[in-house]
Design a protein around this ligand. Structure first.
Ligand code: SAM
Length: 277
């Protein structure tokens, strides 16, 4: 039986509380009452939970209080970091929403050489909006975590700080190596778990990360082991491709057609997800 799932706004190790829209929906539409059982995501973990109390807060808004029962197994996000060159904001928002639905663990917006100037200038201010989009898409797709949406950074910096052992550059000029071939060969040559998670594979959320709207940022247990980079509408500049190669990124093709950046992003995540589950 699939139970309704909500995301706690606040929690302790054994209790959780819903406030705001979720509480109103639960109280008025689903007629919340003590004893009812729901699935609650608290601190990045999914629990079966029982309503203990339905109250009205000081401002008259509903609050629903839960006792957390056993933890339930839940799908982790894909161990995938998307480096997404900044492009037209409406298309970019679509890409962030869909990438979140598909299970991406982290997105870093990249200020590429051919990112339009006015977009590059206002990208930093957009980051909060992108995070809200990721949050809503996470709720909608019943994820237990939300992907981290990093602040936009220049490509050079992103390449210098990238830690994923498998780094894949989506390049419209590559003609031979396909994304599928690159993923298959990386899986043959690398045991990603051993590199990044030799010990416990624990599910402890990152305590240093701030939380917003009741969600721990990047609270997923997923360790990111793959990075995929998508260029802007004008494509990667030749010197950027050289920089990728210097940092051991593997250029791959998605086929002979030139895709819009957002199409390339979603196609790449979908293909990668069939290899990573
Ligand atoms: N302006 C470029 C051109 O006309 O050749 C096209 C850039 S494309 C709109 C934006 C990004 O999507 C590319 O930089 C690349 O990362 C990705 N992309 C699009 N089509 C691709 C393909 N067939 N194979 C690999 N990557 C592709």
């Amino acid at each position: 039986m699939t139970r309704r799932r909500f995301i706690a706004d606040t929690w302790t190790p054994t209790t959780a509380t819903l406030t705001g829209d979720q509480a109103v929906h639960l109280a008025r539409v689903l007629r919340a009452a003590p004893g009812q059982i729901y699935d609650i995501v608290a601190n990045g973990f999914l629990h079966r939970a029982e309503i203990t109390q339905v109250t009205a807060g000081s401002n008259g808004e509903n609050q629903i209080h839960f006792l957390l029962h056993e933890e339930l197994s839940a799908d982790a996000s894909l161990p995938l970091h998307l480096l997404l060159a900044v492009f037209k904001f409406d298309h970019m928002e679509w890409a962030i929403e869909k990438a979140t639905e598909l299970g991406i663990a982290r997105i870093t917006p990249i200020l590429a050489r051919r990112t339009e100037k006015h977009l590059a200038q206002s990208a930093l201010k957009r980051a909060e909006r992108w995070r809200r989009i990721a949050l809503e898409a996470s709720k909608q797709s019943r994820r237990i975590d939300i992907p981290e949406i990093a602040d936009p950074i220049p490509l050079k910096q992103a390449l210098e700080q990238e830690k994923s052992p498998t780094r894949i550059l989506l390049s419209e000029t590559e003609q031979t190596t396909t994304l599928t071939a690159a993923l298959e060969s990386s899986q043959l040559s690398t045991n990603h778990q051993e590199i990044f998670d030799p010990g416990t594979n624990d599910r402890v959320p990152h305590p240093s990360q701030p939380h917003r709207d009741g969600w721990d940022v990047n609270s997923s247990p997923t360790r990111i082991t793959y990075a995929i980079a998508i260029g802007p509408e004008g494509g990667w500049a030749p010197e950027e491709i050289s920089l990728f190669i210097q940092h051991a990124w593997q250029p791959v093709t998605l086929g002979p057609r030139i895709l819009r950046a957002e199409t390339a992003a979603i196609a790449a995540i979908a293909i990668a997800s069939t290899h990573l589950i």
